[in-house]
Design a protein around this ligand. Structure first.
Ligand code: HEC
Ligand code: HEC
Length: 324
């Protein structure tokens, strides 16, 4: 009898400890972000484009969506509105017009901007953030905030996120993390991954494949003069690896990615070691201690080289950051 109550007691204590552990785990996980409530995106859906007809401002929102998908046709080297970008489309990296989970989607932009970002050291508006991608990812020029094109893209992005409450973190937004490798990412192995998995679409020289009328790309460039510049987010290996692992080869199933973690890091190393536009912004990272572990340009607050920050191994850099 005595024994039985004791066992019961220890089971209850065990369960209580487990519950406390789970709570502490989640608290720590969300500790360095102000968004504390993780939400399952399977219960949440992007608004249906078919409902756009009856939405106020529907025409502007639809134009914004069109600009995200076919940016080059309007703003590219042969654009019908302006010639201020490199021929890529926003949608090349923000898949399915910014609605693909784990495909760099726009779900949380409306609910989190204006947002303080370390790269600028400023509170950024959505317009500011869009122009960041214009100048870096599309290696182009800023759009006037009052232009119809900027208003349209912002209207579309806001409409996409209109049902996401503030302070909720949806899973699948932004770019997923790929577990760090113990070794540095290898440019050589990445070259083989590229030949095997990527070159058939992105071209033997990484330059992509133009549409027959050359107004834009059928397959966008990954390197060379028409690709993103070295100040783009995807120039950091972790961003590239995360995007590619869950989305490439094009439409790879996210549940069963085609690339291993190592292949994703290595192909990121290969592609981001090739020639591309070298534009740098001297006002970036006013506080150098906030540079991400894989930001490849010094000066740094630690003593690791640019080479080490670019290719890894990253664990040792991240450890140093945490202990500060
Ligand atoms: C070469 C790839 C690429 C292209 C092209 C691109 N972006 Fe981005 N964009 C990124 C990356 C990478 C991020 C940062 C994602 C992260 O770190 O989670 C980003 C972030 C953003 C964000 C902020 C998302 C957030 O949740 O904070 C917005 C808004 C955005 N891009 C808009 C655009 C628009 C509009 C265009 C076209 C004018 C565009 N992007 C073109 C790669 C790209
Ligand atoms: C079956 C064709 C195909 C294959 C294979 C493929 N891609 Fe892509 N990739 C695309 C298309 C199409 C897009 C643009 C998606 C869109 O606009 O919706 C894209 C976009 C990208 C982008 C973002 C845009 C840019 O140009 O920077 C990256 C990065 C990328 N692919 C990397 C890779 C890597 C690395 C591999 C190999 C592991 C690969 N892709 C394999 C078709 C492919």
């Amino acid at each position: 009898m005595m024994r039985n109550t004791k066992t019961k007691q220890s089971i209850i204590i065990g369960l209580l400890l487990l519950a406390a552990g789970i709570v502490i785990f989640y608290l720590c996980k969300s500790g360095n972000t102000r968004l504390v409530k993780p939400a399952d995106s399977s219960t949440w859906h992007f608004p249906d484009t078919n409902t756009l007809v009856s939405t106020p401002g529907a025409e502007l929102i639809r134009y914004g969506r069109e600009l995200i998908i076919n940016t080059a046709a309007y703003l590219g080297p042969q654009g019908i509105v302006k010639h201020i970008s490199n021929g890529m489309n926003c949608g090349n990296c923000h898949l399915e017009a910014g609605t693909r989970l784990n495909g760099n989607c726009f779900a949380m932009v409306a609910s989190t901007y204006p947002k303080f970002r370390n790269r600028s050291g400023k509170l950024e508006s959505i317009e500011y953030r869009v122009n960041d991608c214009m100048e870096r990812s599309l290696n182009g020029k800023k759009l006037d905030s009052l232009s119809r094109e900027m208003k349209a893209m912002v209207a579309y992005i806001k409409w996409l996120g209109k049902d996401v409450p503030k302070n909720v973190r949806l899973k699948g937004t932004g770019i997923p993390e790929v577990p760090l490798l113990k070794r540095a990412a290898s440019v050589d192995s990445g070259g083989n991954v590229y030949l095997k998995n990527c070159s058939r679409c992105h071209g033997a020289n990484g330059g992509g494949i133009l549409k027959p009328d050359s107004t834009g790309y059928l397959f966008p460039p990954l390197y060379g003069s028409n690709s993103y510049n070295v100040s783009a987010g995807i120039f950091m290996l972790s961003r590239f690896a995360g995007f590619v692992k869950y989305n490439m080869p094009f439409n790879a199933s996210q549940k069963d990615p085609a690339l291993s973690d190592a292949e994703a890091w290595d192909v990121a190393a290969f592609i981001n070691s090739q020639e591309r536009p070298g534009k740098l912004f001297k006002e970036d990272w006013p506080d150098i201690a906030t540079k991400p572990f894989d930001y490849p340009f010094g000066p740094y607050a630690d003593s690791f080289s640019e080479q080490h920050h670019k290719y890894g191994p990253f664990e040792i850099i991240k450890k140093g950051k945490k202990s500060k």
